[in-house]
Design a protein around this ligand. Structure first.
Ligand code: BG6
Length: 271
């Protein structure tokens, strides 16, 4: 738990999972479900699950858990820092182990840095320690707390092509309007590098999500029916969050040369 004059936060070593960030004077910015299991081997429901090295199902008939293994493994704390600007930095690392090797991932190094302050910043660094290219997908699968999903819009995705996972993975073109959620929504916006703004009218605030090293953005909300099948979410929680995920997924999967490093960055602030 982090508690400073600037912000409060929670981070778990399982999954290097940030569960809360609340800047001083604000309501919580991240939603973690009241029903989250907090059990070994199960992803925490809410906050920021780290998705790596595949997004969604693994595909290709290969074994492995949905959204990869990083979000359920125990990461090692590398360091913590109280900076002169009042923010707190925490770095965690994940190296290959028997379980990742069994899934075919035997040579990589992941580092996750989180900075809790007036803004909340995350960096997910992937280093390819293999002698061959490493192909992976990744996401900072952020659950944003909002007042009412029906009064929320997301800007920053205008004119992008998206994969609609609720409609047979069809590719569609998004227009000039904000993304609104009025049914189950699960869409991968490709080649979308712009900052997104979550306009939370009911909550009376805007949440700005700036990013770099991220070429896709996912917007997800399970809506009324799908959530009923989720044991780790309350039946009405669909109203209270929207996931806007800074990713490299689908067409934007990363191919990293031997010895290469790539960093996915995301900075969040409330206005
Ligand atoms: C989203 C995916 O990112 O995560 C959805 O696009 C998925 O398809 C959702 O349902 C939640 O996934 P999970 O594995 O945490 O239940």
């Amino acid at each position: 738990m982090i508690s400073t004059a600037q912000a409060e936060g929670d981070l778990y070593t399982q999954g290097a999972h940030v569960a809360h960030w609340t800047p001083a004077g604000q309501k919580p910015v991240l939603l973690t479900s009241s029903k989250s299991l907090f059990a070994a081997g199960k992803a925490i429901r809410g906050g920021v699950p780290i998705i790596w090295p595949w997004f969604g199902g693994r595909g290709g008939g290969l074994p492995g858990p949905a959204h990869g293994f990083a979000r359920t493994m125990d990461w090692t704390v590398e360091g913590t820092e109280l900076r002169s600007d009042g923010s707190v930095g925490i770095a965690l690392v994940l190296a290959p182990n028997d379980a990742t090797k069994a899934l075919g991932f035997g040579a990589f190094h992941l580092r996750f840095r989180a900075s809790f302050g007036k803004t909340f910043e995350m960096e997910l660094e992937t280093r390819n320690t293999a002698g061959e290219a490493l192909k992976y997908e990744e996401a900072l699968h952020t659950y944003f707390a909002i007042g009412d999903i029906g009064k929320t819009g997301v800007t920053g995705l205008e004119g992008t092509t998206f994969i609609d996972k609720t409609d047979g993975f069809k590719r569609k073109q998004h227009g000039a309007e904000p993304v609104k959620v009025a049914k189950e929504t699960d869409q991968v916006h490709l080649n979308s590098q712009a900052a997104c703004v979550i306009h939370d009218a009911a909550g009376g605030r805007r949440i700005v999500v700036e990013k770099s090293g991220s070429d896709s953005t996912v917007v997800w909300n399970p809506w009324t029916e799908k959530i009923k099948g989720m044991a780790d979410m309350g039946p009405d929680e669909w109203r209270e969050f929207i996931c806007v995920e800074s990713c490299n997924a689908a067409d934007n999967a990363v191919t990293l040369a031997p010895g290469g490093t790539r960093v996915l960055r995301c900075a969040i602030r409330v206005e």
